[in-house]
Design a protein around this ligand. Structure first.
Ligand code: SF4
Length: 394
């Protein structure tokens, strides 16, 4: 395959040079086959454009197979974004608005409950709840979202609030992060999503989300959540102003926390969608990441995160085709049906707004893998239409 010149200092080329005889590749292969941990230097080396992407993918597939066999997961879920008004206005974000902007919205209680009940009635197992940090909304308002849904939509797993939101609730309420999480657990919170991590490097955060929590706070929220028995996910937003070293540093910091808590379930690499973001306006050279970059990032993540059970190919972020291909590059999960997604679509994701269960299963089966519906905690689910139940594996 013909290579092309990098357009950006972080971008990779698609040069497909066989790596099988490279001594470094052989050393990494031996580590992977022996189940030994890769170093940050190994991760950076695997990101090098001259290293055969398919060879890296094959290595990642060894780890995926070891951890998840022939299974590839999906879930039936919906998203709830209660408001897009946000005090932070991160440069990376095309979703947020100022109060009074023409597209600004705040959902009413009735709308929130109606969306949750619709999701439950349609057989969703999970509601993924994230949104803006509205300047006039108190911690009690965010609590009421969980309380209402917990009361009205029994059985629906409430995966809610990024670490950035949790930290803001702590500021608003004067409660510690631990007390905020304990309060939300009492209200009905079931787990945390992985958003808000972006890239941990302070230099990058200063450019893409200067007001958002720093890396230490993000990690502390998840550390505390894990200590309280909540499971969570972790994301990495890539393909903007970060370097490859920043990506590896981000991944290694997640790996270190996972060594400590074992509370993360899945790592989700998110490709940056520049359209309509202030960040892209100030950096016109930023282009949407290529399929090659996306696949390599999935594969390197799988290889570096030896203590994460799952790598998710989030089809809304990667696109359906690359997400499907990522199942052969280390990913074992396509995420879900994802009704009502706003955040990535506002930033120019051209993925469909929803995938049916049949489509998700077909996408997985085409790769030769066994589609397994899971709940948020990765327990297998059986379903009969909108009725579903968790399978207890013996
Ligand atoms: S990324 Fe999140 S915190 Fe930042 S502006 Fe958008 S909604 Fe607000």
């Amino acid at each position: 395959m013909k290579g092309y010149a990098p357009r950006h200092r972080n971008r990779q080329t698609s040069i497909m040079k066989p790596a099988d005889h490279d001594p470094t590749f052989e050393q990494i292969r031996q580590k992977v086959e022996a189940g030994r941990r890769l170093s940050p230097e190994d991760g950076l080396w695997l990101y090098r454009p001259e290293v055969d992407l398919h060879a890296v993918g094959e290595l990642a597939d060894i780890v995926r197979q070891r951890k998840n066999g022939n299974r590839a997961y999906y879930n039936v879920n919906s998203h709830l974004n209660p408001t897009n008004v946000c005090i932070y206005r991160c440069g990376l974000c095309a979703f947020s608005c100022d109060p009074g902007d023409s597209g600004a919205y705040v959902m009413t209680d009735d709308e929130i409950v109606a969306l949750g009940c619709k999701a439950a009635d349609e057989g969703c197992t999970e509601l993924h709840i994230v949104g803006g940090l509205h300047p006039d909304k108190t911690f009690d308002w965010y609590r009421s979202i969980i309380q209402m849904l917990h009361k009205s939509c029994a059985g629906l797993h409430l995966k809610a609030f990024t670490a950035a939101e949790i930290a803001r609730f702590s500021e608003l309420s004067g409660l510690s992060i631990r007390a905020v999480l304990e309060t939300l657990i009492d209200d009905g919170l079931n787990s945390l999503p992985g958003g808000g991590a972006e890239i941990f490097s302070p230099n990058v955060r200063e450019q893409i989300c200067p007001l958002k929590v720093d890396a230490e706070t993000w990690l502390e929220v998840h550390r505390t959540a894990h200590s309280l028995g909540l499971r969570s996910n972790a994301t990495m937003l890539y393909g903007h102003v970060e370097t490859l070293e920043d990506r590896i540093d981000h991944i290694v910091r997640l790996r270190e926390l996972q060594d400590e808590t074992a509370g993360f379930q899945a790592f989700i690499p998110l490709a940056f969608h520049p359209r309509d973001t202030a960040l892209a306006a100030g950096h016109p050279h930023i282009e949407k990441s290529t399929g090659i970059e996306n696949l390599r990032t999935v594969a390197v993540s799988r290889l570096m995160l030896d203590n994460f059970d799952h790598i998710k190919a989030y089809w809304i972020s990667l696109g359906v085709g690359i997400a499907q291909a990522a199942l052969a590059y280390g990913a074992d999960d396509l995420d879900g049906t994802v009704g009502q997604e706003e955040i990535h679509h506002t930033a120019g994701s051209t993925s469909p707004e929803i995938l049916t269960i049949e489509t998700l299963r077909h996408l997985i089966e085409e790769t030769g893998r066994e589609p397994v519906e899971r709940d948020t905690l990765y327990r297998p689910v059986k379903r009969d239409g909108a009725d579903w139940w968790v399978v207890v594996e013996g």
